[in-house]
Design a protein around this ligand. Structure first.
Ligand SMILES: N[C@@H](CCC(=O)N[C@@H](CS(=O)(=O)O)C(=O)NCC(=O)O)C(=O)O
Length: 215
């Protein structure tokens, strides 16, 4: 049975897809239409009770939460494809640290901008200007910390590409290309060079080619 990834056009499922391609793991995708509410259907909720994407089915093994899924496959296929977890426990610690930073400091403000700058106007919903302003301010501070870190090491966990860098791709793509705030990256020399490096990796370009973002 081939691994099934439910999504796949949305940002968090793309985090899983790019990891599977880097690890040279075969998979199929199952489209779930969020705009039609298919993620709230009883059948889907049996797989993912929180009603969000992605979820994977690998034989009789089911897993959700994109960062849990990429950690699982990066470990399970440690010796296949791109090495993504570092070579020592100290490097692994830094990979985990920056994975958490991405989840708790990088993605949330970008998610708020995607909802309020990108989706709200499309759906005829009101945008929250206070949330937009707070998200811009939070991102400035976060990216200043990234600029300092990336002035010392080529990648976030060290001088090697890892799961931590990979995890930034789906929402970094929104930030740089679709929120009108790409300048926040471009104004920071090391962050800009890092973004160009990781977003030009063949695996990510393949994800963008095969699975278009919904907007
Ligand atoms: N922490 C979850 C977040 C999943 C999530 O919020 N997915 C969004 C799609 S995306 O924002 O990641 O592109 C979703 O399904 N949203 C549907 C909904 O919120 O009803 C993960 O990383 O898997």
């Amino acid at each position: 049975m081939v691994l099934k990834v439910y999504g796949p056009t949305y940002a968090s499922p793309k985090r899983v897809l790019v990891c599977l391609i880097e690890k040279e793991i075969e998979f199929e995708t199952v489209h779930v239409d969020l705009f039609k509410g298919e993620n709230k259907e009883p059948e889907f909720l049996k797989l993912q009770p929180f009603g969000v994407l992605p979820v994977i089915q690998d034989g009789d093994y089911t897993l959700y939460e994109s960062r849990a899924i990429i950690r699982y496959y990066a470990e399970k296929y440690k010796d296949q494809g791109t090495e993504l977890l570092g070579k020592t426990i100290e490097e692994r610690g830094l990979v985990e640290q920056w994975l958490e930073v991405e989840a708790h400091n990088f993605q949330p403000p970008i998610y708020n901008l995607v909802i309020n700058v990108l989706f709200a106007p499309l759906l005829g919903a009101p945008s929250d200007s206070k949330v937009i302003e707070e998200s811009d301010q939070k991102l400035e501070k976060v990216l200043d910390i990234y600029e300092d870190r990336l002035s010392k090491t080529k990648y976030l966990a060290g001088d090697f590409f890892s799961l931590a860098d990979l995890s930034h791709l789906p929402f970094g793509h929104y930030l740089v290309n679709q929120t009108g705030r790409g300048n926040l990256v471009r104004e920071r020399k090391h962050v800009s060079a890092w973004w160009d490096d990781i977003s030009n990796r063949p695996a990510w370009k393949k994800v963008l080619e095969l699975y278009k973002y919904p907007v």
